[in-house]
Design a protein around this ligand. Structure first.
Ligand code: BES
Ligand code: MN
Ligand code: ZN
Length: 497
């Protein structure tokens, strides 16, 4: 679906047509070798154009010189690399996105020789990844395409010191790229197209990458006693599903790591129905599940040396004659009972059964769940950080660190007996809503009752997964948040070497 570049890696040499991209520091000078290649006149031209455009070579800035005199190319795109500090913590994924946003012809060539900045093969691969993510758009349902919408067929050439090494590094990134795009596509799909069964079928198609996939239907879930998940599903004519994906790339006896996703394909709120304004956004209430599918795609594509379980709870939350009511009490697979106070607090009900199932069956090293769980997390963190809740400091610290490295940042929020107490119920073991105060923490406290001392982290992605602020690699509605974060977590900490 997504438009993409055809990307090539080539050794340094003459560039004779299309867009040419070069990098300059705050002194407006390219790296020495690039200066030589362009010639004195072109370097002077950059300085003159910079003065005219007030371009200062700052990081994250760029200017274009159209039909540059003395050069055979159509445009010279000059990208700033900023000062020394900018060079040290350069985000190459975002930089690749920035470049992709500037080119518009059929061919663009970037000379990846940056003044004062080391560009490793991994950095080149990151730039290629960023460029492709920037190129993404979701236009499957637009029948009248405008000319400027056609972004297919563009070629992007990276001129690098070691093309073979860059190519190899990019090959290892391509799975992540496809995983992010898969997650974005799933979140963008309309809810009439993507019900629980259709979503499960998309998960099932990972079998072609060597992922083992099992689908639990109504009957299987009843047998397991997943009363909380089934309680949410019962208001919809489309039955719920659980999909379990397994990638066994690690040693045979290694305990798996597990990822669990909230997959509410549409959240009307149920009988506690939501107001109409903006309700269409609730097609994205399956972003946690989409991330897990995208992540499994990424890990399997690059044959990650780890045993990984991905489990997603797929339901539709609808108001109906058969829908559950406030006041209902459901029995979860764990045996614990939950009083329904608000049928719109449905995500935690779905996750309660899936988390319990995963820890019970797989005895994982850890579990991380992702869920568009609460509006309250946006009140606390806006849309820049996902909320992180964890019973394990090591896992939490690792997530914070890979968050900084990928730009998919998380902020740790409190769990504890105070919040646990707030979900006590008059009639059951707990209630599913404790009102407005600490809404994200009380939701997490409920989940914690179903993790049974397994190291666990919960990521509340209600703010980051959709409608989040645009950046150089995301100009759409769904961001595919979490795929790059968790792929990196696995890569850095959980793969056999
Ligand atoms: N899916 C929503 C949370 C949400 C809101 C995600 C906005 C993305 C954007 C969740 O199921 C929900 O409705 N939560 C309620 C909980 C409340 C009833 C305790 C909320 O946040 O208002
Ligand atoms: Mn809800
Ligand atoms: Zn929801």
């Amino acid at each position: 679906m997504a438009d993409s570049f055809k990307i090539d890696f080539q050794a340094h040499g003459k560039v004779e047509s299309g867009d040419l991209i070069v990098f300059v520091g705050e002194n407006l000078k390219p790296a020495d070798a690039v200066g030589k290649q362009l010639g004195r006149k072109a370097v002077d031209l950059i300085a003159r154009a910079a003065a005219a455009e007030s371009f200062k070579g700052k990081a994250k800035s760029a200017m274009s010189i159209v039909v540059p005199e003395g050069l055979p190319v159509d445009r010279l795109i000059v990208v700033g690399t900023g000062g020394e500090k900018d060079g040290k913590d350069m985000d190459f994924v975002q930089l690749g996105g920035l470049i992709a946003g500037k080119v518009n012809g059929k061919l663009a060539t970037a000379i990846l020789d940056l003044p004062g900045v080391e560009v490793t093969p991994d950095a080149v691969a990151d730039m290629a990844l960023g460029a492709q993510l920037r190129r993404y758009s979701f236009d499957r349902y637009k029948t009248k395409k405008k000319d400027e919408d056609d972004k297919s067929g563009g070629r992007l050439v990276f001129r690098v010191a070691d093309p073979a090494a860059a190519k190899k590094a990019y090959k290892a990134r391509e799975g992540v790229q496809q995983g992010v795009i898969l997650a974005r596509d799933l979140v963008n799909e309309p809810p009439n197209v993507l019900g629980p069964e259709e979503f499960a079928a998309r998960a099932q198609s990972l079998t072609k990458l060597g992922v083992e996939v099992e689908i639990l239907d109504d009957k299987a879930m009843k047998k397991l006693g997943m009363g909380a998940l089934l309680g949410v599903a019962q208001g919809s004519v489309r039955p719920g599903r659980v999909a379990i994906m397994r990638w066994n790339g690690g040693r045979a006896n290694d305990k798996p790591i597990a990822f669990v996703g909230k997959g509410v394909v549409f959240d009307t709120g149920g009988i506690s129905i939501k107001p109409g304004a903006g309700m269409e956004d609730m097609k994205g209430d399956m972003a946690g599940a989409a991330c897990v599918v995208g992540l499994m795609h990424a890990l399997a594509s690059r044959k990650a040396k780890a045993n990984v379980v991905g489990a997603i709870g797929l339901v539709e939350n609808m108001p109906d004659g058969n829908a559950q009511r406030p006041g209902d009490i459901v029995t979860t697979m764990s045996g614990q009972t939950i009083e329904i106070i608000n049928t719109d607090a449905e995500g935690r009900l779905v996750l309660a059964d899936v988390l319990w199932y995963v820890q019970d069956r797989f005895k994982p090293k850890f579990m991380i769940d992702l869920a568009t769980l609460t509006g309250a997390i946006m009140v606390a963190l806006a849309q820049e950080y996902a909320g992180l809740f964890s019973n394990n400091d090591e896992l939490a610290e690792r997530l914070i660190a890979v968050g900084k490295a990928t730009g998919e940042r998380v902020w740790r929020m409190p769990l504890g007996p105070e919040f646990d107490k707030m979900i006590e119920s008059k009639f059951a073991d707990m209630k599913n809503s404790a009102g407005r105060f600490g809404g994200s923490s009380t939701a997490a406290a409920l989940l914690q009752r179903f993790v049974n001392d397994v190291p666990w982290a919960h990521l509340d992605i209600a703010g980051t997964a959709m409608g989040s602020p645009h950046n150089e690699i995301n100009k759409g509605w769904s961001s595919g948040w979490g795929v790059r974060l968790l792929d990196r977590l696995v890569r850095e900490h959980y793969e056999a070497r």
